[in-house]
Design a protein around this ligand. Sequence first.
Ligand SMILES: Cc1cc2nc3c(=O)[nH]c(=O)nc-3n(C[C@H](O)[C@H](O)[C@H](O)COP(=O)(O)O)c2cc1C
Length: 174
Amino acid sequence: MKKLIVYTSVTGFTKQYVQWIAEATGADVIAMGELSKVDVSSYPVIVYGGGIKAGNIRGLKKFKRSVDLTHRKKVIVFATGGAPNTDEIMKKIIKQNFTHEEAATFDFFYFQSGLNYERMKKIDRCLMAIYRKVLGLKKGKNATEKGTSQALMHSYDYSDKDHILPLVTMINEA
Ligand SMILES: Cc1cc2nc3c(=O)[nH]c(=O)nc-3n(C[C@H](O)[C@H](O)[C@H](O)COP(=O)(O)O)c2cc1C
């Protein structure tokens, strides 16, 4: 069955996950900006991946506007982000990015990645600096906020190929 992965990646984390998934599934891959180059309608299985920015999955709105997702065998969305993979984080991302109907019909995965200050856009580096400052000044931080505050100080990479296994199984069994 033909499968396509469409992705948006600014600092490379999502692209790395896409490469791992493509190797394991034989899926075709296209960056969101090149979507017009493929006949998307010929893919029964379609995957979208993007990094998270302030809770929003980058490029997902545009992807949903650009691609007719009805009558697909499977629609899978995955997000990469600096935060650890917890039920709470998953629920927040789903609530912020999907309608009830989408949440019921799409499959969603979240993979922890990291932060790469060197590859970030200048505007994003500035946003991170502001966020660091605000969080640093916050009094009575809870454990999660303390951890985030520390994590934001430097680039880091917790990407792990093993995270993709459930998604790969789902694609291969579709
Ligand atoms: C401006 C900015 C905002 C971010 N916001 C979040 C966030 O809300 N939650 C999160 O888990 N990670 C957040 N991150 C981390 C990115 O989601 C993470 O680095 C992601 O893997 C980037 O994907 P990419 O390298 O494919 O662009 C943020 C990063 C930047 C630069």
